[in-house]
Design a protein around this ligand. Sequence first.
Ligand code: ATP
Ligand code: MG
Length: 555
Amino acid sequence: MSHVDNEVRPSNFIRNIIDEDLASGKHNSVHTRFPPEPNGYLHIGHAKSICLNFGIAQDYKGQCNLRFDDTNPEKEDIDYVNSIQEDVKWLGFQWDGDVRYSSNYFDALYGYAVELINKGLAYVCFLNAEETREYRGTLKEPGRNSPYRDTPAAENLALFEKMRDGGFKEGECVLRAKIDMASPFMCMRDPVIYRVKFAHHHQTGDKWCIYPMYDFTHCISDALENITHSLCTLEFQDNRRLYDWVLDNLNDFQAPNRTRQYEFSRLNLEYTLMSKRKLNDLVVRGLVSGWDDPRMPTIAGLRRRGYTPASIREFCQRIGVTKQDNLVEVGMLEACIREDLNDNAPRAMAVIRPIKVIIENFTKPELEYVKAPVHPNIEEMGVRELAFGREIYIDAADFREEANKQYKRLVLGAEVRLRNAYVIRAERCDKDADGNVTTVYCTYDPETLGQNPSDGRKVKGVIHWVEATTALPAEFRLYDRLFSDANPAAADTVDEVLNPNSLQIVHGVVEAPLANASADQAYQFEREGYFCADRKDSRPGNLVFNLTVQLRESF
Ligand code: ATP
Ligand code: MG
């Protein structure tokens, strides 16, 4: 019955490759990995990679490692290491065994670098950054050999040891692979594989003052973990040459079934930035409240906004995995959460911009309780009891002194049905000095109770309401897109594409049963949208609700 179904995963070109590898006997089982760099929070793009890697491991009864690709200590932080683990688990996945770190292999990597040096395949280079760039050549012109390229192996070995022992300053020298300065692939023009960095590392402390580069580290880490299919995004397509070159030249990795890299296109989402560096800028500059601001495309932000893990997994399934670059509509992500919540979220009533309604012929001294289903289609979710009385709140947008026939809400002299309760009729209203309606005086018909009563009344409109004396005050945070441009990544600065109205805060009321609303439970506020309590700021007595998504697609 649910639209959101993670059981049936469609095939894709990567799964086809895996099927072939299993059929041919190249591999007996599948081992993938998700390799984030702990330099920011995970975003919806990472979710695509997570669902792909962990999803494959699940479906093929294989394994998936979580490996922190931690070779840039200055940009990394233990806070990111922790949030990434939390987000992967929240999405519903569990890695195989312990969390891995590339830094676990720093000793091994050092040994492999020494092996390349001994084979005459790596050398210590003292060109400065500008010279290195100049020697590298361009896409049109081949590069030139570094004057240090032919240093004898024994000398390189001594220099590399001196690098490791702190004998050189940062930027003074690097270790480079000796490949081909005329290669059409820039990454093969004697790439740097180690550099000097006197940086404290969150895992290895001050043990190292040289750190290996990504391209050298990643393939070896994959191979050491017996990863069968190393899945990454298309920008690493050229680097696959280097990935294979490193392994081809190390004695430990000559098995015919060793790890191979496959590339797929990254997720780009309209109106969304997907670079951790740019997202970090938004946080650092205070343009959002943090990595978990509900407007952020981070997993933590989406969670706080009210997205469910199932809706994100469903989205990742719908976008598929290909090699085509594309820009996905935000509507697709919103449709996934809307369908999930429409199917599963309890209903409740909230009045976001309240005006008072006084029902003058309701003269009973006590409140009355009316029943309302928690979910219209799921009887097992039960019923809730809603107070009804002489004073209620309705939304300012649901009343007009006069209106044409299209306006099916409350109008002076006409009737409307209160959802789950009675038909009322507006008689007159009070206004403040600015002409805004403050109170509407009504009468109700006691014979019309119920959600869809067969009372024969031809009342077109149904509006929502909350009884005034039991109503709980609540803050509503109404979100719009963070950016006003569909492709904010293309703008020179974020400032010119930032949507000034991405957050609107209003104060209204919610029905009393929401007193203990939990952040992990999203609601449909009837006729308003899907909301959830804010996990940081909402508590009993000070309710704060985030708009997760509108009821319908609004653009
Ligand atoms: P960013 O550009 O946001 O900094 P990154 O690629 O540097 O991302 P990593 O931590 O290295 O971030 O990414 C971990 C894994 O997630 C990598 O395998 C990467 O290819 C994948 N990934 C990152 N962004 C996306 C995306 N938008 N769509 C799909 N996969 C992604
Ligand atoms: Mg990266």
